[in-house]
Design a binder for this molecule. Structure first.
Ligand code: BGC
Length: 725
């Protein structure tokens, strides 16, 4: 895109165009600015002035910093001082698929395309910081916000988050990776104190954040609401000072989650830079400017004036904020952005179609020939329900949203499409459930009647963005499908066994009907192009290639967090203990031999693939080496398709308990029918280290390791031993 130089009325002398990355010249400029600021002005920069902005310094022409949710699209404008929507008419955007879908693509290039597109929209909307992506690890299928994250595997999330960040930041808009860290449930999220081992912290819950910082060079990071080891994450000495700014050399700004600050001294000393969202009575009832009451406002100022906090503490925060500004709103070289353009629509559709996962396909139930003139009964509320509305802070005001029913109608022009919702969940409202007023029995009756008349039934159900579903601020109460869907599916099957199911959700659900349905697809909250993308896959225009980014347990207790009972999840309201330790997701299923319903990395295609000839370039490796793993991949079916070759590595006879195997590399490869290709995947030997608590550092054990290659965590085709000396 053409770069256009903009004039901005800065009064600090000639501003040079700075690169995205910080450099010595910029640092010097920052010092000069800090020298000109009064203490009051410095403190003012460290906290909000409205729901989504923090102040600049008007007399020096330093601009305000504007932020916006969220990970899947740029949120509609919010009022200055309350959570209401501002009702602007120019803020409808492209809604991109939820990050579970992006993770399911196993396609880092698409992640970059996604990042560029959402970054351009943020820039066009004049946002400096985009509050996303989220990389909290999928620990329990009940977590209401899993749909905003990238699944259960630290390696997958690390690989997928980096290009997203780079894409956003290419626009001079900061990504803000969140929620750092351990916000893995919504229940008691504001205060629950997470207790876990250092190994679980470093090996499972931190790697995606580390990759965001070290490889993605993310410019801002959002602290989490919860506590770890007795300190709130937004001012945790361990997470912010020691790890983020210490070990990882993060040079950007730490922003709180909204209302995540609880203490002035901790906020001052423990690495927080910008305080947002602390409750205020705002501009309405307060006698003085309410934001001055923030922890990092007047109370902070007073402690500095009284000499209890050294001025260098606020200087460091301001330096980071100014650095963030030079990368964003003081970067005169950044592009202008664009919104709702065809490239963004295409990116949204591509990601959505690439991320849909085919889970079951008995006798080739899918694809359904789009030219057919049969009768298709589309049953289920999710066939027509908006999924960009609801869910909490990731809620979007989409310019348009193609529902699954519309997508199917558009593509299956010759078919007769019948529709009946079958069940109803009620409108979505944040923080409360509003039951539907529709009569459940009549809905079931109507749906059964429609199904009985059709040649094919497509049940499109799952979860939605209501409270206690896939929604911020609460966890799901049950593992099973809500709103009577299981009973409804049973009834539909009785009148028409030619039934395929599409689950729209961001979480695994129990599937008592699985053996009886002919086809099953996992779709996600797929944004503006949801229905078109679904129709692409159902019709066979797109051959499915998505893979599950998390395991589906048969029953809730098969999930590691739940296996250990209430203290493990959700805790006793004060503390919780991650008793499963490092054995999260497939690591648990594999190691404990608990068969999942569908495994991490699993997903079918309309064609067949064969993986063979596993090889490594050497047998013996040393620290710092790269392992070149190769195999042959052949498309043995009749149509073009893509397969994700997955490399897992395990260490038998380790001095510590290890998972049987861990994902260490993958590649998505597209192949024409009858073709084969050699696939090479490079793995760093150093990535085989475990976090050794006895030395508080990573430790690369010597000895034999096993390389596993396959197309899901439970479908390993070949194994091979290597040696680390
Ligand atoms: C959420 C964040 C979000 C913020 C601002 C919080 O409730 O946890 O993810 O960015 O609100 O809307």
């Amino acid at each position: 895109m053409k770069k256009i130089l903009l004039y901005v009325g800065l009064t600090l002398g000639v501003m040079t165009n700075v690169n995205a990355q910080s450099n010595a010249k910029t640092e010097k400029k920052i010092d000069e600015i800090i020298n000109q600021l009064t203490l009051k002005e410095k403190v003012a920069m460290c906290h909000a002035q409205s729901k989504f902005s923090s102040p600049g310094i008007p007399r020096l022409g330093i601009p305000e910093l504007w932020m916006s949710d969220g990970p899947h699209g740029v949120r509609g404008e919010i009022n200055w001082d309350d959570w209401g929507y501002a009702n602007w008419t120019n803020d409808s955007i492209t809604a991109f698929p939820a990050l579970t879908c992006l993770a399911a693509t196993f396609n880092p290039e698409l992640s970059h395309e996604y990042g560029v597109a959402i970054g351009e929209e943020a820039r066009f909307r004049k946002k400096d910081v985009l509050l996303g992506p989220g990389v909290n690890i999928y620990r329990t299928p009940l977590n209401g916000r899993n749909f905003e994250y990238m699944g259960e595997d630290p390696y997958l999330a690390s690989v997928m988050v980096v290009p997203y960040i780079k894409g956003v930041q290419e626009n001079g808009v900061a990504a803000c990776v969140k929620h750092y860290a351990l916000n893995n449930q919504e229940e008691w999220r504001g205060h629950i104190n997470v207790n876990l081992s250092d190994r679980a912290l470093y090996e499972i819950y931190l790697p995606a954040f580390k990759a965001a910082v070290e490889k993605g060079h993310v410019w801002s990071i959002m602290g989490a609401y919860n506590q770890v080891r007795g300190e709130h994450c937004c001012h945790s000495d361990l997470l912010l000072n020691k790890i983020l700014k210490g070990k990882w050399n993060f040079d950007g700004a730490v922003i709180t989650d909204w209302g995540g600050t609880h203490d002035t001294k901790q906020a001052a000393f423990n690495g927080l830079d910008i305080e947002m969202g602390t409750w205020t009575n705002g501009l309405t009832a307060s006698a003085k400017f309410a934001y001055d009451n923030y922890f990092l406002a007047d109370p902070f100022l007073k402690l500095i004036q009284d000499g209890e906090i050294d001025e260098s503490v606020v200087d460091d925060k301001v330096r980071r904020i100014l650095r963030l500004m030079y990368r964003t709103n003081m970067n005169l070289n950044r592009s202008l952005g664009r919104m709702n353009n065809v490239e963004h629509t295409q990116a949204a559709r591509k990601v959505a179609a690439d991320g849909i996962v085919l889970l079951k396909n008995k006798n080739g139930f899918f694809p359904i020939n789009p030219d057919t003139n049969i009768k298709i009964a589309v049953i289920g509320e999710n066939a027509t329900r908006s999924m960009t509305v609801g869910g909490g802070s990731s809620e979007l005001k989409a310019k348009y949203e193609i529902s699954p029913l519309e997508g199917i109608k558009n593509r299956f022009k010759n078919a007769t499409i019948l529709h009946s919702i079958g069940y109803a969940s009620g409108p979505s409202a944040y923080g409360r459930e509003i039951p539907s007023k529709l009569n459940a029995d009549s809905l079931v009756k109507a749906a059964v009647n429609v199904a009985s008349k059709a040649d094919v039934v497509l049940f499109i159900g799952g979860l939605n963005k209501n409270h206690f579903q896939d929604c911020e601020g609460g966890d799901r109460k049950h593992f099973e499908l809500p709103f009577g869907q299981n009973e409804l599916i049973d009834k539909l099957l009785k009148v028409n066994s030619n039934l395929g199911l599409v689950l729209v959700s961001g979480n695994a659900v129990e599937m008592p009907w699985l053996s009886q349905v002919k086809g099953l697809m996992q779709s996600w909250y797929n944004g503006s192009e949801a229905g078109n993308a679904l129709a692409d896959v159902i019709s066979g225009d797109v051959n499915p290639s998505g893979k599950l980014p998390f395991s589906y347990p048969v029953k809730l207790n098969d999930n590691a967090a739940h296996y250990f009972g209430e203290l493990s999840y959700p805790g006793d309201s004060i503390n919780q203990y991650y008793k499963e330790d490092i054995l999260v997701g497939y690591r648990w299923h594999d190691t404990k031999k608990i068969k999942p319903l569908f495994a991490f990395g699993y997903g079918l295609s309309y064609t067949d693939f064969k993986i063979s000839d596993l090889n490594t370039d050497k047998q013996i490796y040393f620290k710092g080496d790269k392992i070149k793993v190769s195999c042959m991949l052949a498309n043995t079916g009749k149509i073009k398709g893509s397969e994700v070759v997955q490399v897992y590595i395990g260490k038998p006879k380790s001095k510590v308990d290890r998972a049987l195997k861990e994902l260490k590399g993958f590649k998505k490869v597209s192949l024409d029918p009858g073709k084969e290709e050699q696939v090479e995947i490079e793995i760093s030997v150093d990535d085989l280290a475990f976090y050794d608590e006895s030395i508080s550092d990573w430790n690369l054990e010597k000895g034999t390791y096993i390389i596993y290659i396959g197309n899901s965590s439970d479908n390993i085709i070949q194994k091979q031993k290597i040696n680390i000396k």
